[in-house]
Ligand binder design. Structure first.
Ligand SMILES: Cc1ncc(COP(=O)(O)O)c(C=O)c1O
Length: 473
């Protein structure tokens, strides 16, 4: 009696990505109350700069109390009644200014091209509703954010076809990989409507190079398809190389007023850069007025509440604050990233070199019992249940090579990260010890087999040799 949406499983809730969260919820680590619990390292949350936001609120108490800045006028009623799905103009202006600031003011954004949505989740789904019919396909480079299976496919009926990227070139997008994915979709009789990239990438923590961005623009231009650039991590770039938005590429190639630019759409959110996933603040930026108009109508299903818009318009209009916040947040992310990379390095575990994001893409291929996804799952289960860390296996991000894991570093205290590193160290040491013991036993077995199978004179010779050596001593 229920619809197929209720029974179909394209939501992806049964992926190990979400299962790990469930295990964490059952037994969460707490330094005092549950020191043996599971540490959550599978959640891309930014908790490193809350104090900066909190101190802004302390300095501006009138804003949280629904009062106007420098003015005692109460705007509670105004906000409570506001329901225009075009959003508060003051907020949209402040958001586009912030988006430009993150990109070093190399590009500007027109607030009329902006659609507000309840987070990037809603923005991505809305864009899919705008560009694809049920059964159409979107190409996505692997590994990719596990939530895309839910956001892009579940309610829209669209399909994802992976663009397989390889560790051999640091998981970079190549022309052959793009063409292969396109052919693969055609083989499956799927009409390709676009490519979706996350720049900087979740889970790689790397920003796209100019070469990759150029490839993408050329590809969507020759195939006559769309490009969605999810730039939710644009403010988390903490080291070289810097981040280039797809908008800058269009501008630099003089494509801004062309049909190609109309097929390029940006997704943004304050969930990562400001660490506010609970406030559900997202946006679509599109150069196509038909997309803007349709997405605005659709945004009725997932609006940002007006008091949130009001609060954020005040925070983001404070230029001094945003400047300090962005640079301090980047500095803290860089420091934390280094702690994780060095901590893992000490145990012989290597991370993909990265410059952004709230996570590292970690190579644990040498710890697999077999070079398969079964081997990856076996290792992941040990890490969750025996080591007590919830990390995300590469298979949940559709990585085509087993043995890679995403480890988040910005959702915990430094002390908790230190405990996690200690746990990894003990785990790796126990594996090394076990492997040495089993190798030793294998050697002993081999030697005893050899000595049994060797002719008697070899044994006698070796015995004589040993006697000679000990006589010489
Ligand atoms: C690449 C990417 N897009 C979208 C989202 C969803 O973000 P939001 O909380 O704004 O819905 C996430 C969250 O982790 C993400 O990593």
């Amino acid at each position: 009696m229920l619809s197929s949406k209720v029974t179909c499983n394209s939501h992806g809730q049964d992926s190990s990505y979400f299962l790990g969260w469930e295990e964490y919820e059952k037994n969460p680590y707490d330094e005092v109350k549950n020191p043996n619990g599971i540490i959550q390292m599978g959640l891309a949350e930014n908790q490193l700069s809350f104090d900066l936001l909190e101190s802004w609120l302390q300095k501006n108490p009138e804003i949280a109390a629904f009062k106007k800045h420098n003015n005692d006028q109460c705007i509670f009623k105004e906000l409570a009644l506001f329901q225009d799905y075009h959003g508060l103009p003051a907020f949209k202006n402040a958001l586009v200014r912030f988006m430009s600031e993150i990109r070093g003011n190399t590009v500007t954004f027109d607030p009329n091209n902006l659609v507000l949505t309840a987070g990037a989740t809603s923005a991505n789904e809305t864009l899919m509703f705008c560009i694809a019919n049920p059964g159409d396909a979107i190409l996505i480079p692997t590994p990719y954010y596990p939530g895309f299976d839910r956001d892009l496919k579940w309610r829209t009926g669209a399909e994802i076809v992976p663009i397989h990227c390889s560790s051999l070139n640091g998981f970079r997008i190549t022309k052959p990989a793009l063409e292969d994915a396109y052919k693969q979709a055609e083989k499956q009789n799927l009409k390709v409507k676009g490519v979706l990239v996350t720049n900087p990438s979740n889970p790689l923590g790397t920003s796209l190079s100019l070469h990759e961005l150029d490839l993408l623009v050329n590809f969507i231009s020759t195939k006559n398809i769309h490009l969605i650039s999810d730039e939710i991590y644009s403010g988390t770039v903490f080291s070289y190389p810097s981040f280039t938005s797809i908008m800058e590429v269009l501008k630099n190639r003089n494509l801004m007023n062309t049909e190609i630019a109309k097929r390029v759409h940006i997704v943004y959110s304050l969930s990562k850069d400001l660490g506010l996933p609970g406030f559900r603040i997202g946006a679509i930026y599109s150069n196509d007025e038909r997309v803007v108009s349709a997405a605005t109508k659709m945004s009725s299903f997932g609006l940002i509440s007006s008091q949130t818009q009001y609060l954020l318009s005040e925070i983001l209009s404070d230029k001094k604050f945003t400047k300090t916040y962005l640079s301090e947040n980047r500095r803290r992310l860089k420091q934390r990233h280094e702690k994780l990379v060095k901590g893992l390095q000490k145990t012989g575990i290597r991370c993909l070199q990265s410059n952004a994001g709230l996570f590292c893409w970690v190579d644990m291929r040498h710890l697999l019992s077999s070079d398969t996804f079964e081997g990856e799952m076996e290792l992941w289960l040990k890490i969750v249940y025996e080591v007590g860390l919830n990390i995300s296996p590469g298979s949940s991000c559709h990585c085509s090579e087993p043995g890679w894991f995403r480890i988040c570093f910005a959702n915990m205290s430094e002390e908790t990260l230190a405990v996690a590193m200690q746990r990894v160290k003990s785990f790796v040491e126990s594996i090394v010890k076990k492997n040495t013991q089993s190798r030793h036993q294998q050697l002993l077995k081999r030697d005893s087999r050899r000595s049994k199978s060797l002719p008697k004179w070899v044994f006698e010779l070796s015995f004589d040799h040993q006697r000679e050596v000990s006589d010489e001593r």
